[in-house]
Design a protein around this ligand. Structure first.
Ligand SMILES: Cc1cc2nc3c(=O)[nH]c(=O)nc-3n(C[C@H](O)[C@H](O)[C@H](O)COP(=O)(O)OP(=O)(O)OC[C@H]3O[C@@H](n4cnc5c(N)ncnc54)[C@H](O)[C@@H]3O)c2cc1C
Length: 401
């Protein structure tokens, strides 16, 4: 496309990667950008622990994509449609309603919770938290369970049994946050019945596999302090309405269960006729282009990022870094300049472990306790503020123009 002509750019997915690439590309007035998402909002998954613990409501963890896109200089449009497939030969994105032509395409559709199919009852009885409506449903169930115990107070005192499957970042954060919230709830309201059992199921020998040893130890200690008990080296074998059977044959009573046992490529990625790796993620080159289509990029959780042969953890931070490289490379393609190779690596990790407490390593420095919590909050607030700036501009246009 000529530098002075219009560049039709389609971005599929309004997540961390998709929004960042839109922000960057929108700076060129010759770029005509269309963002597709199946939902009308961007969901800040990194803050789901606060949603569940009632520290934030759903409006604080989501951003309206219509107003966000309206906040640019008229060159970004949002379309709330699920993309069914892409016709790469004819450069068209296909939804159930329309076909849209592109000059450049960015695939940023993230990943989905991996509900393993061989676990009987998993889909029916476990909650995922990667999508907002499921997280909301889970939050409400958790609150209702606490309320029921309040109602029963003075007559019976039965425990709330929560099982969290998955000893990764999200499983650990959710278990810690629920334990912390319930403790505070019981204390604040002086309830007599304070029985709560949170059991974290972890398939490995230690939680937070792949993370720094010091962070693993600190997180482990904090979970113990909060009363979360961990079952290492076992998996969920079967679930019914009231219990979970583990691979160790132990049967745990269960009121509800969160499944955070990993992610996998989503339906669109599975469908696309592109080269994928052994786990089904889109293969990209060092410029983040897919094979055989130089105008098509894949960024964020739907691809696997390598740095010197080791996998870079799929996080919001990684997703944003891929978006920035992708935007620069699309600009370079437009201006016929050489593309840049990425050297993405994790800038840090911050793990929320209950109210006012986090542990982390940021740019190589260990942080813990309230200080780490404050850093995590600042990172989240800066991110939300940035998106809010566009949304506010969009809102003003809708209501004043
Ligand atoms: C509980 C939890 C806690 C986490 N905590 C952290 C943390 O503390 N720090 C951190 O860095 N990372 C964290 N992560 C990971 C982080 O959220 C992901 O790595 C990040 O969301 C990836 O961004 P993305 O843009 O690739 O995908 P997503 O943010 O998942 O966005 C993908 C978007 O694509 C849309 N979409 C999908 N398919 C289609 C389709 N066919 N058509 C149209 N739209 C589609 C979706 O609706 C979604 O809006 C956490 C994740 C979870 C679940």
């Amino acid at each position: 496309m000529a530098e002075t002509g219009t560049n039709k750019i389609i971005v599929i997915g309004g997540g961390y990667a998709g929004l960042r690439v839109v922000e960057k590309l929108a700076k060129n007035p010759h770029n005509e950008i269309r963002l597709f998402d199946k939902n009308s909002y961007h969901f800040m998954q990194t803050e789901v622990y606060d949603l569940i613990a009632n520290e934030e409501d759903f409006a604080q963890v989501s951003v309206d994509l219509f107003t966000f896109c309206m906040g640019f200089d008229g060159n970004v449009v949002f379309t709330k449609q699920e993309v069914c497939t892409v016709d790469f030969s004819n450069k068209k994105v296909i939804t159930s309603a329309q076909r849209h032509k592109y000059d450049y395409l960015v695939i940023a559709v993230g990943a989905r919770t991996k509900f393993v199919t061989d676990v009987v009852g998993l889909r029916t009885h476990a909650h995922g938290i990667k999508v907002l409506h499921r997280a909301m449903h889970f939050k409400q169930k958790f609150e209702m369970a606490l309320f029921k115990r309040v109602e029963q107070s003075g007559t019976t005192c039965s425990a709330i049994n929560i099982v969290v499957a998955g000893g990764g970042l999200s499983g650990v954060e959710i278990a810690a946050q629920m334990a912390s919230f319930a403790k505070r709830f019981y204390r604040k309201n002086n309830f007599i019945c304070r029985k709560l059992s949170i059991i974290l199921i972890n398939s490995g020998e230690k939680i937070l596999q792949g993370l720094d040893e010091k962070l693993v130890t600190k997180s482990d200690e904090r979970l113990q302090e909060l009363g979360v008990s961990i079952r290492h080296k076992c998996r969920v074998a079967e679930i019914n309405e009231h219990s979970v059977t583990l691979s160790s044959a132990e049967v745990l009573p269960m009121d509800f269960m969160v499944f955070a046992g990993g992610i996998e490529p989503n339906a669109l990625v599975c469908d696309l006729q592109l080269e994928k790796n052994e786990r089904g993620y889109i293969i990209t080159n060092s410029h983040l282009q897919v094979s055989h289509h130089e105008e098509v990029f894949a960024i964020g959780d739907c691809t696997t990022i390598y740095n010197k042969n080791s996998i870079v953890a799929p996080t919001a931070d990684t997703a944003e870094q891929t978006a920035e490289i992708c935007a620069r490379n699309i600009a370079n393609l437009i201006h016929k300049k050489p593309l840049i190779a990425h050297a993405i690596k994790s800038r840090g990790v911050l793990i929320a472990l209950g109210r006012n407490y986090a542990v982390g390593k940021v740019y190589g420095i260990y942080v813990s306790g309230y200080f780490a919590f404050v850093i995590k909050k600042i990172v989240e607030r800066v991110y939300a503020k940035r998106l809010d700036m566009h949304s506010c501009k969009g809102c003003k246009k809708i209501f004043i123009d």
